[in-house]
Design a protein around this ligand. Structure first.
Ligand code: NAD
Length: 516
């Protein structure tokens, strides 16, 4: 394997991740990593190695947790707005590194540069949100039924929070968790995906600079590296009260069982199987742009990617033909080059999974309308570039019921809106959904209790590209977790109900008499 040409670029130096071997484990300012085992970070752009990162050993892991526990004792004492001030500075540091970090995301994950920078912007946005939240960790006051009593609740930090993240959002999803957890008074131990370890090191270096400048101790933001085994150190560890895990449904079921066995808390953000309903009243100009972005953006490797398009019979043929035409204009290639709309898939396993899904849909009686080829020739030597595919399918096909993490769009026909909603809900996952219609009744039916069963339901907006201000997550096998905005912060804290008796007598609740 030859080192990727990209490794010579200055931006890696500016991010402090330009060496052939990077120290992987960190308790904040200090980086270490002495394990014999290592992860090879390989760019899906050209198959070149970006760097080698040592896997965190069990001994190092224990050192990280001990340092995190010690840091928690100090961090939780810092007033929440003071914690917010540190997050404000992290936001500023990220602004300075937006271009470079966005470029690294594109290099290591393969999404186009615009989307890579968008991910860093999402980090900046969640920092801004968290700064405001640091002054709004509100508890309620309730009227007590007893005279001269005060009844209220307050929120306290939990301790070290474990964050396990997926390859497809190598930096943004960590920040949704870490920045909110930090203003809540928690310290964080992050295990990035084994496919994007260099993004982990780069983000850790940015955070470390801010902590050091403020004279803060080691252990507030911590990094461990590795795959499933290192993830299991976290999920099985009683010292970690909360695990926030983002990834496949398979992974979520394992995490839920291991953490559940010790009654640890979890936030699970798992796979989706997202649909858009196009009614006969849809504004097709809007709708088709949203469908193409949703299905092809990030090469179909978003948890919110549009995988199913449920189209009214009256417009089905027109929609199919216009999509085929739009797909022909999609420039596929190096995601760092301007004008590219779709980069590579993450690795050869993903390419294989896409090919198998296309075979399965055809074997079930579906039709491949366009795409699915693996691209060859100059610029495509890594074998990870594919043409996005459109298939005509039925919702009940086993392969349509699964999330294939690749750009495959299944077209499904309907005649009545109720049928379309039933199809949209007729999968095990429940992350994101959308309807395109200019008809108020159709839109409101979709949003009503008998409408979409997903965590996200949009009207005249596609399934992907959520803002950080809303709570993000999905139902059913998507895991039920919520991260990012709204009141998602509560998951990172423990609620305490307090009653103070400021009177001179001791009345009991429910009027119980118990005189001794
Ligand atoms: P993955 O499940 O292979 O890995 C995700 C992370 O979990 C990695 O860090 C991995 O090392 C770790 N892991 C795997 N098994 C584990 C175990 N038993 N215990 C502890 N940790 C374990 O997922 P991936 O291929 O990196 O990402 C793609 C998947 O993530 C898709 O299914 C996608 O829909 C999902 N995803 C969901 C969201 C969401 O917010 N709902 C966001 C992004 C990605």
């Amino acid at each position: 394997m030859t080192p990727s040409a990209e490794t010579s670029r200055d931006f890696l130096q500016r991010l402090g991740v330009s060496g052939p071997v990077l120290p992987g484990t960190s308790t904040g300012q200090e980086f270490f990593g002495a394990g014999d085992e290592s992860l090879d970070s390989v760019s899906p752009i050209d198959g070149g190695r970006i760097a080698r990162v040592p896997v965190t050993t069990r001994k190092e892991y224990d050192r990280v947790v001990e340092t995190a526990e010690a840091a928690f004792q100090l961090w939780r004492e810092r007033p929440a707005p003071g914690r917010g001030e540190i997050i404000r500075q992290i936001g500023d540091e990220l602004r300075r590194h937006k271009e470079d970090l966005g470029r690294l995301v594109a290099l290591e994950m393969g999404k186009i540069l615009e989307e890579g920078k968008g991910e860093v912007q999402e980090m900046i946005d969640i920092c801004d949100f968290a700064v405001g939240q640091s002054r709004m960790l509100y508890g309620r006051t309730m009227p007590s039924e007893r005279p001269e009593h005060r009844l209220y609740e307050q929120w306290h930090p939990l301790g070290p929070v474990g964050v396990i993240s997926a390859f497809n959002f190598p930096v943004a999803v960590y920040s949704w968790n870490a920045m909110i957890a930090a203003v809540c008074g928690d310290v964080v131990i992050w295990k990035p995906s084994e496919k994007t370890p260099v993004c982990g090191v780069a983000v850790q270096r940015i955070l470390a600079r801010v902590l050091e400048r403020n004279g803060l101790p080691e252990g507030i933001f911590n990094l461990v590296q590795g795959g499933r085994a290192v993830g299991e150190h976290l999920t099985s560890d009683r010292r970690i009260p909360l695990i926030s895990a983002t990834g496949s449904i398979r992974m979520g079921k394992e995490v839920a069982q291991v953490a559940g066995a010790r009654l640890g808390r979890t936030i699970l953000e798992l796979g989706g199987n997202n649909a858009i309903i196009l009614t006969e009243n849809a504004d097709l100009e809007l709708a088709l742009r949203a469908v193409v972005f949703g299905a092809v953006g990030t090469a179909g490797q978003r948890c919110t990617s549009t995988r199913r398009l449920i189209v009214h019979d009256a417009i089905f043929d027109q929609v199919r033909d216009r999509l085929v035409q739009a797909y022909e204009g999609i420039r596929i290639g190096n995601p760092l080059e301007a004008g590219t709309l779709m980069g590579p898939l993450i690795d050869s396993d993903a390419v294989r999974a896409m090919g198998e899904a296309l075979e399965a849909v055809q074997a079930a009686g579906g039709e491949l309308v366009t795409g699915g080829e693996v691209l060859e020739g100059e610029g495509y030597e890594s074998g990870t570039y594919v043409r996005p595919a459109i298939c005509i399918a039925e919702n009940h096909f086993p392969i349509v019921q699964e999330e294939t993490f690749a750009p495959i769009l299944y077209l499904i026909r309907y005649t009545e809106l109720e049928e379309a909603i039933a199809l949209q809900n007729g999968v095990r996952q429940g992350l994101s959904s959308a309807i395109f219609t200019t008809n108020l009744r159709e839109a409101e039916a979709f949003l009503s209790a008998r409408g979409s069963d997903c965590g996200i339901a949009n009207v005249n907006i596609g399934t992907s590209g959520a803002e950080i201000g809303g709570a993000f997550g999905g139902e059913k096998e998507t895991g039920g977790g919520r991260e990012s905005g709204s009141d998602a912060w509560k998951a990172y804290m423990r609620r305490q109900t307090n009653t103070t008796n400021w009177g001179a007598v001791l009345p009991l609740a429910q009027g119980i008499e118990f005189d001794v």
